[in-house]
Design a protein around this ligand. Structure first.
Ligand SMILES: [Zn+2]
Ligand SMILES: [Zn+2]
Length: 278
């Protein structure tokens, strides 16, 4: 059986899996963090991921939502949790009810609304921060933060025994530090990046680069809520990320064309950190 394409990139302790092509299909997940972004299609291997965030409701980012819910029910897995831009909740609930009627099968899932500024706790260690992006429909970006406990600097010179005594006496010897592990921009004009500085700091950044040809003018593209290769070139010094995955290329380009335009605009591929998801 032919399945949807999945590319995989491993970085430190996480692997980024997915595929994205404008107007065709977009889906990503990080199996180690048990979270996924967008449901434009649903490769069989993705079914085990229990929590999803939908960036916006263009068909190629949300179409597989009923399929995903139905498959999990069929495989007797727990109902999934799916976070959606708040205005999408009601229409998606209605769609699920109609699909359920046609299919004569239940579609058990937890749908929850999110908006810019929200923080969703995935676990004690992981928090997803929701940010505003700019597209032709309401849209969101996401940063996964890892929370780590760190010994407060005033205690670093103490011995293990002294620290244990302090802790037993009720002193909080640690403070929380947050590390942005992964950012997912979704579909957006450059403001989606610029207004969320953590996107530039995340260890892994997944961004869209829908247009690459000089024939497609970036000013016009911004109006449609997308980015151009030139936008990345202009911002090249701002990316502090260890890995940048560029995706969501327009299907009007051939693979070779994309590679050639990017090689011309960014000959060092951001110091080797830029990966084209083709
Ligand atoms: Zn899209
Ligand atoms: Zn879109």
């Amino acid at each position: 059986m032919k399945d949807h394409p999945v590319k995989i990139l491993t970085h430190k302790t996480i692997s980024i899996e997915g595929y994205s092509r404008a107007a065709v299909q977009t889906y990503w997940r990080v199996p180690e963090l048990k979270v996924g972004f967008d449901l434009g299609a649903q490769p069989w291997s993705f079914m085990g991921t229990p929590t999803w965030f939908v960036s916006h409701t263009h068909i190629d980012h949300v179409m597989a939502l009923p399929t995903y819910v139905a498959r999990r029910r069929m495989m007797k897995m727990d109902p999934p949790t799916i976070y959606l831009p708040e205005g999408a909740l009601d229409p998606i609930e209605k769609i699920l009810r109609q699909v359920s009627r046609l299919d004569r099968g239940r579609l058990p899932c937890k749908l929850l609304p999110i908006k810019p500024g929200d923080e969703v706790e995935l676990s004690r260690e992981l928090v997803v921060a929701v940010s505003a992006t700019r597209h032709t429909v309401p849209s969101l970006g996401f940063v996964i933060w890892e929370r780590r406990k760190k010994l407060r600097p005033e205690f670093t010179s103490l011995s293990g025994q002294q620290i244990r005594d302090l802790r037993l006496a009720g002193t909080d010897v640690t403070s929380e530090i947050r590390v942005p592990r992964l950012a997912y921009l979704g579909d957006s004009a450059p403001e989606g990046l610029d207004d969320c500085p953590a996107m530039y700091q995340a260890e892994v950044l997944i961004l869209e680069m829908t247009f690459v040809s000089p024939r497609h003018r970036k000013e016009r593209i911004h109006k449609f809520g997308h980015m151009h290769l030139d936008d990345i070139v202009e911002r090249r010094d701002r990316f502090a990320n260890e890995v940048v995955i560029a995706s969501h290329f327009s299907s009007r380009y051939h693979t070779r064309q994309i590679e050639n335009f990017v090689a011309k605009g960014l000959p060092d591929m951001l110091g080797g950190r830029l990966h084209l998801w083709l």
